[in-house]
Design a protein around this ligand. Structure first.
Ligand code: PEP
Ligand code: MG
Length: 335
């Protein structure tokens, strides 16, 4: 149990009107999954697997990755603090969403020999790397994911997708990997699939992406950067790379609407999901899952329970009509 901050809530939460909102954690290792479970996270909304590739000279092999994914799942299926006998059997199981390797842009892995321009923010990064020079690594990672999915609710999502074609290609690689595992007689299962919405193209094509998967997870860190054409690590433009820029909120709104047409669910796993002052706005926009650094989970769960659905929807509508982040912040600040 945590020793500081708001009380840990292990149960699933709903708004005061009964709308379910999943509050999950962002992790970079299986050990962090255990810490997240202790903070009451409803599973993992973003496993940043690039962390498994850092601080070493060569990529982790299939068995090592399989172990990490299986251990992350175990953190949510094994009892925390021995109090799970009375867990509600009607609650959905806590899932672990593994994001496939996301390198390039600001994410370097020295032994992969990435080039600052070729693999920069507008270059071969995320899924583009996995479908190109990183194809063998991608296949190995998907084998590990499909093996781990045989043991529990593991989902896979792809980063930095911009077109339905890229998504189809990624899904085809996954299906080939599954065929291979089955031919070899290896225990495996097809994971639930999702796409990260991090580019304006993905937000504008949300329905076409959602048709091919079960969920969309909005990466508001990159989405803000690309919608505003401003890098978060460049001080002079950091106020442009703000998820409360109305244009970014409109991209989120567009994503939710596109997903709804196809009965896919939508989460947010960028940093804005961790801010309890923004929970009402995101839920009002129709976001059903929020994933964040584990320490933020208790405060965001508490914020969800305080939401009035009608009020949240009006807040979202007003924010979509605003012209500046400051106007939106003043709507959200407690009066
Ligand atoms: C994002 O871009 O919002 C995201 C969650 O991915 P990352 O921060 O790992 O780029
Ligand atoms: Mg990102």
């Amino acid at each position: 149990e945590s020793t500081d901050g708001p009380p840990v809530i292990h149960d699933r939460v709903t708004t005061s009107d009964g709308t379910a909102v999943e509050v999950a954690a962002n992790i970079g290792s299986a050990a962090e999954a255990r810490a997240a479970a202790e903070r009451g996270a409803d599973g993992v909304g973003l496993f940043r697997t690039e962390f498994l590739f850092l601080d070493r000279d060569a990529p982790p092999d299939e068995d090592e990755q399989y172990g990490a994914y299986r251990d992350a799942l175990a953190a949510f299926t094994e009892p925390v603090g021995g109090d799970h006998e009375d867990a509600d059997p009607h609650e959905p199981p806590d899932r672990v969403i593994v994001r496939t390797l996301d390198v390039g842009g600001d994410k370097d892995v020295p032994y992969l020999d990435l080039d600052p321009i070729e693999n920069g923010f507008l270059g071969v990064r995320g899924i583009r790397f996995s479908l190109g020079p990183g194809r063998a690594l991608f296949e190995t990672q998907l084998r590990a994911c499909c093996r781990a999915a045989a043991g529990g609710p593991l989902a896979v999502m792809f980063p930095l997708v911009s077109t339905p074609g890229e998504l189809e290609e990624a899904i085809a690689v996954l299906d080939d990997v599954l065929d291979g595992l089955r031919t070899e007689g290896v225990e495996c299962a097809r994971p639930e699939l999702g796409v990260m919405v991090e580019t304006p193209a993905a937000a504008l094509s949300a329905a076409a992406l959602a048709r091919r998967v079960s969920f969309l997870s909005i990466g508001t860190n990159d989405l803000s950067g690309y919608v505003m054409a401003a890098q978060r690590d460049v001080d002079a433009v950091s106020s442009l790379a703000d998820p409360l820029q109305p244009a970014v909120l409109r991209a989120i709104d567009r994503t939710v609407r596109g997903a709804r047409e196809e009965d896919a669910w939508v989460g947010v796993c960028g940093e804005m999901a961790a801010d309890p002052d923004l929970t009402r706005l995101l839920v009002g926009l129709g976001v059903e899952e929020l994933s964040m650094a584990a320490p933020a989970v208790p405060a965001v769960k508490a914020a969800v329970t305080a939401i009035d659905d009608d009020e949240a929807r009006s807040t979202a509508e007003a924010a979509l009509d605003a012209e500046t982040p400051a106007q939106i912040r003043s709507m959200l600040s407690p009066d």
